[in-house]
Design a protein around this ligand. Structure first.
Ligand code: AKB
Length: 318
C-alpha cells in the first residue's frame, strides 16, 4: 500500500512548506494536513485537511486510523520566545504532542515519525563554535529543555520499542511564505519585510550575535532526505546536528544594504538576547553529512536575494 502521510502543525512556518513539498512528491491525496487552527487557502484547496489538537491522544489516534496514516511529521511546537512567556503551556504542548506520536509508534499504528529538535538543546556551557554532535547540553530555556528531553525520549522509544523516529536539530529558519512563529531567530525574517516597507529595521538582537541559520528550502530538503534514507543509515536516534550558514545581525544588514543602499539597521536587544547568547554561533554537522548524505545549497548572499524577491512578490499579490 502506498505511504499515507500526516503533517501535524501544517499551518506553521515549517509545516506549511513541508506539506506543499510532500504533496508535490506523493500527490495531494497522500498527504493529510492538520493543525489546531484554520488552514491557509493554498493548503485547503490542494488536499485533505483536518483540525487536530495534537495533545489529545484519542483524537490523534482516530485521525490516524480514519486516513490509514503510516508516517507522521509532528511539527506542532511552541518556540523559544513564546515558551519563555508561557513556560507550562510550552512544556505541555511540546512534550504531550511528542508522547502522543511516540505512543502511536509504540502501538504500531504508524511506522515512521519525524520530530523536530533545535539548536536550543545547547546552552551557555556548550562549546560555541562548530558545536559538535555530542557535547555538553545544559539548555536554559523552556523550549530548549523540552527539546533536549524530547531527544532523549526519541532515543528511548527507538531503543526500547523499536519506534522508527528521526529528528534534526534545526537552526534558525528563514522563509518568506509563512510568518515565523515566536522564535529568537525571527529577526532574520522580519528584517526583509521592514527593509522593503520602511527601509529600516530595529533588531531585537545585538549586532554581533552570531547564530546558526538556514534557508527554508534547505531545511525542507533535509527533512525529506532524512525520512527517505534507509533505516540503517540513521545511526543517531536522538537528533542530528544540521548546519547551513552562520551570521550576525550586522552581517545580514550589510548584505541587505548591498541590495537596498538606503537601508538603516538599528539595535534594541530585548529578552531574546539572553536566549541567543546561550546558543551556539555555528554547528558541526559531520554526522548528518556522513550518515545520510546531507548537503546544503544556500549561502547568505543567495538567501538575501531569494528573500527580497520573495517578500516583494508577496507584497505585489496583496
Ligand atoms: C527559535 O528561535 O525558537 C527557533 C529555533 C532555533 O528552534 N527558530
Amino acid at each position: 500500500m502506498p505511504s499515507k502521510i500526516l503533517i501535524v502543525g501544517a499551518c506553521g512556518q515549517i509545516g506549511s512548506e513541508l506539506t506543499l513539498a510532500l504533496r508535490d512528491i506523493h500527490g495531494n491525496d497522500a498527504v493529510v494536513a492538520s493543525d489546531i487552527k484554520s488552514p491557509s487557502s493554498a493548503l485547503l484547496s490542494k488536499g485533505p485537511f483536518e483540525v487536530l489538537d495534537a495533545t489529545n491522544y484519542d483524537d490523534f489516534k482516530t485521525l490516524v486510523s480514519k486516513h490509514q496514516i503510516d508516517t507522521v511529521y509532528m511539527m506542532a511546537a511552541m518556540l523559544s520566545g513564546t515558551a519563555e512567556k508561557y513556560p507550562e503551556k510550552g512544556w505541555d504542548l511540546n512534550m504531550t504532542s511528542l508522547f502522543n506520536v511516540l505512543n502511536l509508534g509504540k502501538e504500531e499504528l504508524i511506522s515512521k515519525i519525524f520530530w523536530p529538535s533545535s539548536i536550543a538543546v545547547f546552552g551557555p556551557t556548550t562549546p560555541k563554535v562548530d558545536t559538535p554532535q555530542q557535547t555538553i547540553m545544559e539548555p536554559t530555556t523552556v523550549y530548549g529543555i523540552s527539546k533536549q528531553a524530547g531527544e532523549r525520549w526519541c532515543a528511548y522509544y527507538n531503543k526500547r520499542y523499536g519506534v522508527d523516529v528521526r529528528s534534526i536539530r534545526y537552526p534558525g529558519l528563514i522563509s518568506y511564505k509563512t510568518p515565523p512563529g515566536g522564535g529568537t531567530t525571527d529577526y532574520a525574517i522580519e528584517i526583509f519585510h521592514e527593509a522593503l516597507k520602511s527601509k529600516a529595521y530595529t533588531s531585537f538582537l545585538s549586532e554581533d550575535t552570531a547564530l546558526p541559520m538556514m534557508y527554508m528550502d534547505d531545511a525542507i530538503h533535509a527533512t525529506i532526505s532524512i525520512m527517505e534514507a534507509p533505516s540503517d543509515k540513521i545511526k543517531i536516534r536522538s537528533s542530528y546536528n544540521l548546519s547551513g550558514v552562520s551570521f550576525t545581525p550586522e552581517e545580514l544588514a550589510q548584505q541587505v544594504k548591498n541590495q537596498i543602499p538606503e537601508f538603516q539597521m538599528n539595535y534594541n536587544p530585548d529578552f531574546r538576547q539572553a536566549i541567543a547568547d546561550s546558543w551556539p554561533d555555528s554547528i558541526d554537522d559531520t554526522e548528518a553529512r556522513t550518515d545520510w548524505g546531507w548537503t546544503h545549497d544556500f549561502n547568505l548572499e543567495m538567501i538575501v536575494k531569494e528573500m527580497l524577491e520573495g517578500v516583494k512578490s508577496l507584497e505585489e499579490v496583496n
